[in-house]
Ligand binder design. Structure first.
Ligand code: CO
Length: 209
């Protein structure tokens, strides 16, 4: 069996397993979704959103890209955000980074990455914003881990800069969370982003509603 055939065999086994527990499983899935969470994570093959959160189909709306970025002119992430917040009415948005992130690593190096340059530039901007703190860390691994955490924090800030998030927070108390998946232990770490404080600071300049 080749690798693609194996996937279809896996799928068949998965369908059988689901139906053995609940014969209406897929019929119910087909009726629609009302997820409580929007998850924005990294495309990294080791960071499987549903698995690490222990959630089932229908529970989380998901967007993944290189280094879990929230870039205001990226039509893809902005479409996902607006659909999730304004139509699906999620109440929690999670930005989840992970240690050993290749995207963040690439942004810490002096190399021409071609078409990836403008994408990774946004991570270099995070470094510049937090240059003092990062340059004070002498251990390269610790600096790398900290940039991963600060990148998550800044992507949360980018979410809070959007009209969709500002309005949904005011209307129904939507919250933004910053997490890091520790790939070495499997643990999820809550960075405890101070949402009200960030919102308050952001509003001086970025208020849209
Ligand atoms: Co990554």
């Amino acid at each position: 069996m080749d690798k693609i055939e194996k996937i279809f065999a896996n799928n068949k086994a998965w369908v059988a397993e689901k139906l053995s527990v609940n014969p209406n499983y897929f019929e119910n899935l087909g009726k629609g979704q009302s997820p409580e969470f929007l998850y924005i994570g990294c495309s990294d093959s080791r960071v499987t959103a549903e698995d690490l959160m222990g959630v089932q189909p229908g529970e989380v709306f998901i967007h993944r890209n290189i280094a879990n970025m929230v870039i205001s002119i990226d039509l893809n992430v902005m479409s996902v955000l607006n659909y999730a917040v304004r139509h699906l009415k999620v109440n929690h948005i999670i930005v989840c980074g992970h240690y050993a992130c290749g995207g963040v690593k690439a942004a810490m190096q002096s190399a021409d990455m071609g078409i990836l340059n403008p994408w990774l530039r946004n991570i270099r901007d995070v470094y510049r914003l937090h240059k003092e703190e990062l340059n004070a860390i002498t251990d390269e691994e610790k600096k790398y881990d900290r940039l991963i955490e600060l990148n998550v924090q800044e992507q949360c800030v980018n979410l809070i800069k959007t009209a969709a998030v500002q309005q949904a927070h005011k209307e129904r108390g939507l919250m933004v969370h910053g997490w890091v998946f520790d790939i070495h232990t499997g643990r999820l770490i809550d960075l405890k982003i101070d949402f009200p404080k960030i919102l308050h600071e952001i509003m001086e300049i970025y208020k849209l509603d």
